[in-house]
Design a protein around this ligand. Structure first.
Ligand code: BGC
Length: 600
């Protein structure tokens, strides 16, 4: 009886507490909307169009444009960095922010960055495995932690908005951005999308959190033949069924932004797709954040049609700014674009700026600088590296390697080069083939673990055939959008290993040396022969800055945990128009099924 009364009282207390909290949230939102409306009312058309424009920090006259053209946001991606140290980056952005605050209405700027696996544009930041590796971990707590650190290190370098996560569901491994997405599985993509947005955004208003962006809406990973920005020929029902659900999750998580995609759907460019952007995303899903365009959308996708489709912020880069601002102003005056549409865009921008707390705290926190690339962050990255490794083959218990092993030869450029192990969007847009600050190589990790001799044979020409084990690290060279598409005329991407890398494996296996192959790649490759030839085979994806984490698993300090986030092809002929779970040709049998991964 007594416990019943206590329980009853506790229940009432909780209920009251809960409804109080809810009411507070509601009234905060009402208050916020009032602030948005009050500010919007004071704005001229030029000021509104300014908020919809995004420029680069290094463009000629960037400072003057902020003052005179009322720019709403600044982007950093490839190109000159804002300085040589985080302090200088912050300083540059503080300088620009002061310009924005000096305008008539003093609306602060958003600063956006392509931080897609850590704050990867800043050398010295913690670089995590690319999303495909996180898909292999299928660990939402880890993805949450990683997103939190990425947000913090982004803020530390002056940003309050990241263009991540990519929530694509890749259906074709020929696409050069497969690695930016978590998995071909909708369920894994949904789960990790949720964790990533939670981690990035937190309560949004903290000095360590940022706005996240779910991208690229929609169909980016499902284009025919895996062509970036190509044509996606899916029916409405298929789009609904396979591609929209990560966006629904993102919207439920209150994602601040969604980026429109370069591809078309059934002949309509996504940047002009009012039915999907306005009707489905904004109205249907009740998305109240910002729809941001992709690169240079105004000149690429029929000018003001982009705005009419429902895009709110345009990346007006590489000479697009004046054309956009003048074109849109004229279109509004001629009633080709309605003032309601402009107001909808600006409301969304202001709403996010208020939610970020930007009006009260427009400047980055200088005390965060000392947290960039710290050990605590790198430990999380290393954990992600360990958990992302997928063991595909382990004959005769080659693994775990005994620490007492007498002689190991490590082969391949990828074994000792942090740029190569990290893939695209690392320091540079298309990645780097050089070592970068703060990162460790795979070879360094092996040297830390092995007590015996470790030799390095970069190009398999030194004939260390008396070694007890050859660890051969091979894979793709870094690439990002467009350049990573297989079949793209400007690159040498292929579905198989290069002749040279195949030769590394042949050289040692033909001499009877026990061989472990580590594959560094942004997607499954056709490596059936190489798997057959070697004794053990590990898919390591693109591990990022903590290459030494790999050896901790190879030498048995940790077990393998990773499971394939994509089914693994058997033969190059497996690559038809579509490749993936929903378009799977049932007569094809993958070499390894989705979800495969051995353990010790
Ligand atoms: C990419 C986006 C990226 C944007 C800004 C585009 O080319 O498709 O993913 O966020 O550039 O750099």
């Amino acid at each position: 009886m007594k416990t019943n009364i206590v329980l009853y009282l506790l229940n009432c207390f909780l209920l009251i507490g809960f409804s109080c909290k809810n009411e507070m949230k509601v009234s905060n939102e009402i208050l916020l909307e009032q602030k948005v409306e009050a500010l919007l009312k004071q704005m001229t058309l030029d000021e509104k169009i300014g908020q919809m424009s995004q420029i680069r920090h290094f463009e000629e006259n960037a400072d003057a444009h902020i003052l005179e053209k009322f720019i709403g946001s600044v982007i950093h991606t490839q190109g000159p960095t804002p300085g040589n140290s985080a302090k200088e980056w912050q300083k540059r952005f503080i300088e620009l922010q002061k310009k924005a605050l000096a305008t008539r209405l003093g609306i602060p700027l958003l600063f956006g960055v392509d931080a897609v696996h850590g704050q990867n544009t800043f050398e010295g930041a913690t670089i995590f495995p690319h999303n495909i590796g996180l898909g292999a971990t299928n660990n939402e707590e880890l993805v949450y932690e990683i997103a939190k650190i990425t947000a913090l290190e982004s803020q530390a370098t002056g940003f309050n908005w990241v263009f991540s996560p990519c929530v694509a569901i890749p259906y074709n491994e020929k696409w050069g951005r497969v690695y930016e997405a978590f998995s071909e599985s909708t369920a894994i993509t949904e789960k990790l999308t949720k964790a990533s947005i939670k981690g990035h955004q937190g309560n949004l208003a903290d000095a360590t959190t940022v706005m996240a962006t779910a991208k690229h809406f929609v169909g980016d990973g499902a284009t025919d033949y895996g062509v970036e920005g190509g044509e996606t020929t899916l029916s409405d029902a298929e789009i609904q069924r396979y591609l929209l659900s990560p966006y629904k999750i993102a919207v439920q998580e209150k994602v601040a932004a969604v980026m429109a995609s370069f591809n078309s759907i059934n002949g309509i460019s996504m940047h002009n797709h009012k039915a999907l952007i306005t009707d489905t995303l904004k109205i249907g899903m009740k998305f109240d954040g910002i729809v941001v365009s992709d690169w240079k959308a105004y000149s690429r996708f029929n000018g003001i049609e982009v705005v009419n489709a429902g895009v709110d912020v345009l990346m007006t880069v590489d000479g697009d700014l004046n054309d956009f601002q003048e074109g849109l102003k004229k279109a509004v005056q001629e009633k080709i674009v309605s003032t309601e549409r402009i107001d909808d865009a600006v409301r969304r921008i202001l709403r996010q700026k208020f939610r970020l707390g930007l009006f009260e705290n427009p400047f980055p926190d200088t005390t965060l600088i000392s947290k960039i690339g710290i050990k605590k962050h790198r430990e999380i990255a290393k954990k992600a590296v360990r958990e992302s490794l997928v063991l595909l083959k382990n004959d005769n218990q080659v693994l775990p390697i005994s620490k007492e092993i007498k002689k190991i030869v490590v082969v391949g450029e990828h074994a000792n080069n942090t740029g190569l192990q990290s893939g695209g969007w690392t320091v540079n847009w298309q990645g780097s083939t050089e070592n970068y600050k703060g990162a460790t190589t795979i070879l360094e990790g092996i040297k830390k673990q092995a007590k015996g001799t470790v030799l390095y044979d970069k190009t398999a020409t030194e004939n260390h055939f008396d070694a007890d084990l050859a660890i051969i690290v091979v894979g793709e060279i870094p690439y990002a959008e467009f350049f990573g598409d297989i079949g793209h005329e400007s690159n040498q991407m292929q579905l198989t290993l290069t002749e040279q890398h195949q030769q590394y494996i042949k050289t040692y296996t033909e001499k009877g040396v026990k061989t472990l192959v580590i594959l560094i790649s942004g997607r499954p490759l056709v490596v059936t022969n190489e798997i057959n030839k070697s004794n053990a085979f590990v898919a390591a994806w693109l591990p990022g800055s903590e290459g030494d984490g790999i050896a901790e698993v190879l030498f048995g300090d940790y077990n393998f945990k990773g499971k394939l986030p994509h089914s693994w092809p058997n033969d190059v002929t497996d690559y038809k128009q579509k490749y993936g779970p929903n378009f799977w040709d049932k007569t094809l049998k993958p070499l390894y099924e989705f979800g495969f991964g051995k353990t010790y």
